[in-house]
Design a binder for this molecule. Structure first.
Ligand code: SAH
Length: 344
């Protein structure tokens, strides 16, 4: 059965027309789904019984069950959700002074194979649908009984490898009659699928684009991220420059610092050379060591030196606060969980 949350408002209008209903019903249904967050069609009391029955016959509602919830000492919460087909996914809620941010997953597993990431080495299962992405936000908002203010596509999966569903989810998240989270409060992170960067520039969305760069040197980047063999740094940077020219928006470059790998002054110099003059921001992430991973975290001293060097040279760089590391909820620590074997 089709999940009613897989449609953005325009698509739902068309869908309803096809089953002989008036388009304006879509807005009513949207309000029930995303503002009232009801769990049953029968709760949609301004719809006729006949329509509710028709909806029940044709659509599912995909309410997630929380399989497990862990809370870190800093208040970060990690959720394991049953996606109702024998698989499970993780989402993380982080509390900042300026509000609550959810880190959502876009796929069950990931194909990118980044060497430092815990989602690697696990079999890719499938893309999440738009409704399955959006449901992560709804389920967490209901659990905490509060509004989420920011969404980052930085959980499991490569969002640009599931482009259409991710764009559809963003439209639902962003729509005033949907979850109503401003586009400027939505970030999407990619390992660098160049053709999709061009597509994204044409979406006319005010979301922030983050690029997982991690090295400005092709040899080193390829050793960390196989995607660099397909789209090397020159092509990636050209796409970023074209994106900035088209959208006039700042790009956020993510750079995870691994000890004795990409964290010395020469690396910082190379990075300055690469980014000089670009409308951008660098987000330094102390790398989180994963099980059996060969990369370890840089020393605090090196991380600060790296940041200071970039700032001195006019590249705005900040160090990302580490949240949730004691429950394996920090960057790169999420893994696809299988219901049958939750400790996988
Ligand atoms: N596939 C997307 C989004 C998911 S990862 C991407 O690659 O951008 C979100 C961010 O966490 C990326 O910048 C990723 O490179 C980073 N990351 C992955 N593993 C990490 C680790 N072990 N330590 C620190 N950051 C990590």
């Amino acid at each position: 059965m089709k999940n009613i949350k897989d449609y953005n408002l325009e698509e739902l209008k068309e869908e309803l027309e096809q089953i002989g209903e008036k388009k304006y019903r879509a807005e009513q249904i949207f309000k029930w789904l995303y503002i009232d967050k009801v769990k049953e069609f029968d709760e949609m009391t301004n719809l006729s019984l006949e329509l509710r029955n028709k909806l029940k016959e044709n659509y599912s509602m995909c309410n997630y069950k929380i399989l497990r919830k862990q809370e870190a000492s800093d208040g970060t919460k990690k959720y394991l959700f049953d996606v109702l087909d024998g698989n499970a996914i993780e989402s993380v809620l982080m509390q900042y002074h300026h509000g609550k941010t959810i880190c959502v997953s876009s796929q069950i597993g990931c194909k990118m194979g980044c060497k430092f990431c815990a989602s690697t080495g696990i079999q890719f299962v499938r893309n999440l649908t738009a409704g399955e992405i959006v449901e992560q936000i709804i389920a967490v908002e209901q659990d905490i009984n509060d509004k989420i203010s920011n969404v980052v596509f930085m959980g499991i999966g490569e969002p640009f490898d599931n482009y259409d569903n991710v764009m559809r989810a963003i439209r639902i998240i962003n729509h005033q009659k949907g979850l109503n989270i401003g586009a400027r409060h939505i970030s999407i992170s990619t390992s660098g699928l160049v053709p999709r960067i061009y597509d994204f520039a044409n979406e006319e969305l005010q979301c922030t684009l983050s690029i997982s760069l991690h090295s400005s040197n092709n040899e080193k980047r390829s050793s960390m991220m196989p995607v660099n063999n397909r789209y090397p740094i020159e092509e990636l940077m050209q796409a970023c420059k074209d994106y900035i020219a088209k959208t006039n928006k700042r790009i956020s470059f993510e750079y995870a610092l691994a000890k004795d790998n990409n964290d010395n002054l020469d690396d910082a110099k190379e990075l300055v050379h690469l980014l000089k003059g670009m409308l951008c921001h660098v987000n330094l992430i102390p790398i989180n060591k994963i099980e059996n991973g060969s990369y370890t975290k840089s020393t605090n001293e090196n991380i600060i030196k790296f940041r200071d060097y970039l700032n001195e040279k006019g590249i705005v760089a900040t160090i990302r606060r580490e949240l949730g590391s004691d429950i394996d909820a920090a960057c790169g620590q999420l893994r696809r969980k299988n219901l049958k074997n939750q400790e996988e």
